[in-house]
Design a protein around this ligand. Sequence first.
Ligand SMILES: [Zn+2]
Ligand SMILES: [Zn+2]
Length: 85
Amino acid sequence: MSISCPKCGVEVSGPPEREWRFQQYQVSRFRCERGDKFNFYAGANRTFTIPRPIDNRNICISCNTDNPAEAVYCKNCGTKLHNTS
Ligand SMILES: [Zn+2]
Ligand SMILES: [Zn+2]
């Protein structure tokens, strides 16, 4: 398994700084070689990082649904998205 920094895309190797459990996820705190810190969530059905990779961040502020980058309105609740890209 390889994990990339969501901010700069550099692949991170080596042990995490911390590990803990959050609900059904195993969370690992990593720090990339450029000094960015991020959390890697590993669950039974999916894995993701917090923060998300910048180039596809389009999260609904109302319901937290992850929408496609080109979406203008949330596919789940219809809230207007604030696309940061
Ligand atoms: Zn980085
Ligand atoms: Zn929504």
